[in-house]
Ligand binder design. Structure first.
Ligand code: ATP
Length: 364
């Protein structure tokens, strides 16, 4: 296994900057997810590690060596693709053993090794089948087996679970997590699914428009999102973000918005600095930190009931504030909650996130 590093890496396609000056350091044995919306530059970044794309500028390092211009086959990496990229005319044994064949291993040895890996992935009984004769989940495991059959310094994954149905996807995700614990592999994993990134990663690099906007362990990204973009991207349902007018006085900060009744917050240097650039801030509260208000609840937001979805162990209650903006609460209860037309939700001050007028987190 080996570390991976991007040093001031950019990649342009003509005039278009797909990746803009990224710096990223991935430790030996780390499982890093590149997370972001479609088109933000995740796959391009992964392909630069693989050697399938050459950076326009900057360096890509593997295990401390500059591999920027090294041929893919000399990088000792394995890649699992979204569409599995299996050879349709080869049976599973030959598909899985292929990386050993190109490295000149004898047939008995490579099939023996392929069977070992296939057994671990529970497809060892399908070795004579063609890819068209197995299910999507089995194809996904075949592609994983092919990546694992030969020891690599880095494993690269490009949305490997996105073609699976929801149940298989969860199962495969658990399996990948188990594999990582077992092997301690260095992995770079591209996904636009925040739950997948949260579940698998030791660190997540959140990308937006070719840049890394936050690089931190999943829990840090969840608890302290660096921007409103990250706050909105990580968490399901996403964090509620409410634009608020900020008024300061007597060492305190008052926040005003339609339907909002929130106690004063203590002023801090961070808030004072943020207010220099604009008096409209964004208040963030995660759905799981909202409760149905009772008498004496501290901070409140009110509106008309918009939706009340019972999900089994929890309910998603969405209200629409006077200005039409919605706020969703995730209430943990097995019971279907009975609500009137007017609903008030409450939250604790310790669960408040604040962002400045440019969307950057304010340290409070
Ligand atoms: P997705 O989740 O949709 O795969 P992504 O975050 O992986 O998206 P990339 O595939 O890295 O995004 O693409 C980043 C941007 O670069 C996109 O706008 C894409 O259209 C553009 N792009 C990628 N490859 C090329 C290419 N070969 N030529 C021109 N533009 C490209």
């Amino acid at each position: 296994m080996a570390s991976v590093e991007f040093k001031n890496v950019s990649k342009s396609f003509g005039e278009f900057n797909a990746v803009s000056n990224i710096n990223l350091s991935i430790g030996d044995g780390e499982f890093v997810c590149l997370l972001g919306p479609s088109g933000c530059g995740k796959t391009t970044s992964l392909r630069m590690i693989a050697g399938l794309e050459t950076p326009t500028s900057g360096q890509v390092m593997i295990g401390g060596d500059d591999v920027t211009y090294l041929h893919p086959k000399d990088r000792q990496i394995s890649m699992v693709f979204q569409d599995y990229a299996l050879y349709p005319h080869m049976n599973l044994a030959d598909n899985i053993a292929y990386p050993l064949k190109v490295r000149g291993e004898a047939v008995a040895k490579r099939h023996g090794r392929a069977k070992e890996v296939a057994d671990v992935l529970k497809i060892g009984n399908l070795m004579d089948r063609l890819p068209s004769q197995i299910s999507g989940g089995q194809q996904q495991r075949t592609s994983l087996a092919r990546a694992l059959v030969y020891p690599s310094r880095v494993y690269l994954f490009d949305e490997p679970l996105s073609n699976l149905d929801a149940k298989l996807r969860l199962e495969a995700r658990g399996f990948l997590n188990h594999l990582q614990r077992d092997m301690g592999m260095t992995a770079v994993y591209v996904t636009h699914d925040q739950a997948e990134a949260m579940a698998l990663a030791t660190r997540i690099a959140v990308m937006d428009q070719g840049k890394i906007v936050q690089y931190a362990p999943p829990i840090e990204i969840y608890r302290r999102p660096a921007t409103t973009f990250v706050a909105n991207f990580v968490g399901n349902p996403p964090m509620n973000l409410v634009p608020v007018d900020a008024i300061q006085g007597d060492g305190q900060l008052q926040l005003r918005a339609e339907g909002l009744a929130i106690g004063a917050l203590p002023m801090s240097n961070g808030i004072a600095k943020a207010l220099e650039t604009g008096k409209t801030l964004t208040l963030g509260v995660r759905p799981e930190h909202l409760l149905i208000a009772t008498e004496g609840s501290p901070n409140k937001v009110s509106g008309k009931l918009f939706a009340n979805e019972n999900m089994g162990p929890e309910s998603l209650v969405t209200i629409e504030r006077g200005d039409g903006a919605r706020v969703t609460a995730r209430i943990f209860t097995d019971d279907h909650i009975q609500l009137t037309e007017d609903v008030t939700l409450s939250f604790l001050a310790e669960h408040v996130h604040l962002f400045d007028s440019t969307g950057k987190r304010i340290p409070v």
